[in-house]
Ligand binder design. Structure first.
Ligand code: ZN
Ligand code: ZN
Length: 468
């Protein structure tokens, strides 16, 4: 009996050993010990959209090609004089609305916020293991930027799972840009940070943009000074210093051309905005949840009002869900950070906002308010300082006020993990800073490396230097 027992035990033991050994082999096979987590990148608005036809072929419908845009503008030319010299602007508005509707028909969303046509985003990068540890390699997640970020976040979750299993890493680094910040906040709001080693976000739209709320609530006004400042601060960041262009903008301002143009546009807005809004802005862009979710907390009540028609019930429920997440961003992200997710927020600032918001010198990256994309920095108007007697809003034992007095980061969601780059606009990526944040082992802070303090100056399209 004893011998039988011994034999059985031996067999069992052998089985256990064999099983564990194979389990170890299995783990070694599927895991990756390179020490460099794969990076999943969630881009901003404007990714290509394709119309999928019945035979399976695809045609790009967004962005419209130059040919289509030129044709549209040419159609508008005959009625252009009416804008300037006509007794009313109605004829021009109706032509403009008709053309805009034609141009964007294929990407229209229905009253629930779903695509009317069979539209697909481009393809996410195929998940191959080979390149994941290379410094610049990204697993690009393609999504339809018009749609509900909560739905896009579900697709992002499956893609993150594919990347995890395909590369043998438990966690990924999540990098987002612009609207990608909206999708990623919706992601963390639904799934938490368990699969994310580090979240690095640039010019994030997660708290909205004033300009979208202004358009949706009709608070639009084109100010000549704002337009001038916008163009002079924005064009060089996009195209480098350009004397001819600079001269042209100056000429437009001092010759009165710019004021005249603004006057005409404002007349159009004043007379016909409601028609343009009801016939185009609302049924086309207002029915895209991804766009509605760009509305800030401050403007949301007014925008909700505009969507109060019962036909928008489902859309409104969707948009409400994101705005609840938007309002609770601090708690949602803090819980993920407490659970071990590292976070880095990078915000560009020092540019004037788009001219549509009237004269409003709040800090912007030319598109997104920097106070929003930084998660709550206190900022002086563009070109101004917080004043010689300014005292840091929240005393936490560190200095979070910019050396040039332009901003105070102590009011950010994460003052230690927020970097601000002055002089860069929405289209500038501070490459070295971003790559350092992404590849730094662990949680970097604004005090970790003197090359990358809280406040930096952007130059040469993608380089930064510490602000002194
Ligand atoms: Zn690896
Ligand atoms: Zn601090």
């Amino acid at each position: 009996m004893k011998a039988r027992m011994k034999q059985t035990l031996c067999v069992l033991l052998a089985l256990v050993i064999a099983f564990s050994a194979s389990a170890v082999c299995f783990a070694a096979d599927s895991g990756c010990d390179c020490g460099t987590a794969p990076v999943v990148f969630v881009d901003g608005i404007g990714g290509s959209l394709y119309l999928e036809k019945e035979d399976g072929s695809r045609e790009q419908v967004f962005p419209p090609d130059t040919d289509t845009i030129v044709k549209a503008v040419v159609k508008l030319l005959p009625v252009l004089p009416l804008l300037f010299f006509g007794p009313t602007t109605g004829v021009f508005e109706r032509s403009l609305t008709k053309l805009a509707c034609e141009l964007f028909e294929t990407i229209r969303c229905d009253e629930n916020g779903d695509s009317v046509y069979n539209i697909k985003p481009g393809s996410s990068n195929a998940v191959k293991k080979e390149n994941h540890y290379k410094e610049d390699y990204r697993y690009y997640f393609a999504y339809d930027w018009r749609l509900d970020p909560l739905e896009n976040a579900k697709k992002l979750d499956s893609y993150i799972d594919q990347v995890r299993s395909g590369t043998g890493h438990d966690k990924v680094v999540l990098e987002s840009y612009s609207e990608g910040g909206e999708v990623c906040l919706a992601y963390v709001g639904q799934f938490g940070g368990a699969k994310i080693e580090k979240y690095v976000t640039l010019c994030s739209a997660f708290q909205g943009l004033t300009v979208v709320g202004s358009i949706f609530t009709g608070k639009v006004n084109v100010d000549p000074n704002q337009t001038y400042y916008f163009l002079t601060s924005f064009l060089p960041t996009l195209m480098g210093e350009n004397k001819a262009l600079d001269g042209a903008v100056k000429f437009a301002k001092y010759s009165g051309l710019l004021s005249g143009l603004c006057f005409v546009i404002n007349r159009l807005i004043r007379n016909d905005f409601d028609n343009f809004y009801n016939d185009f802005a609302l049924p086309y862009f207002g029915q895209m949840p991804g766009i509605d979710d760009f509305v800030t907390q401050e403007d949301y009540a007014a925008v909700r009002e505009r969507l109060s028609d019962p036909k928008h019930k489902n859309l409104l429920e969707r948009v409400d869900r994101y705005h609840e997440i938007q309002a609770n961003a601090k708690q949602i992200l803090s819980e993920a950070v407490e659970g071990g997710m590292n976070i880095c927020i990078v915000s560009n600032y020092g540019c004037y906002a788009m001219p549509f918001v009237g004269y409003n010198p709040y800090q912007s990256d030319a598109l997104i308010d920097s106070a929003k994309s930084s998660g709550g920095a206190t900022m002086a108007p563009v070109g101004k300082t917080l004043g010689p007697n300014y005292v840091q809003r929240i005393a936490d034992g560190h200095n979070h006020v910019a050396p040039d007095g332009s901003a105070d980061a102590s009011t950010c969601l994460f003052p230690e993990y927020t970097w601000l780059v002055e002089g860069f606009c929405h289209w500038n990526r501070p490459d070295e800073l971003m790559n350092w944040l992404i590849r730094y082992n662990g949680q970097p802070t604004v005090f970790t490396d003197e090359r990358y303090p809280q406040f930096l100056i952007g130059h040469d399209q993608n380089m930064t230097a510490p602000m002194k």
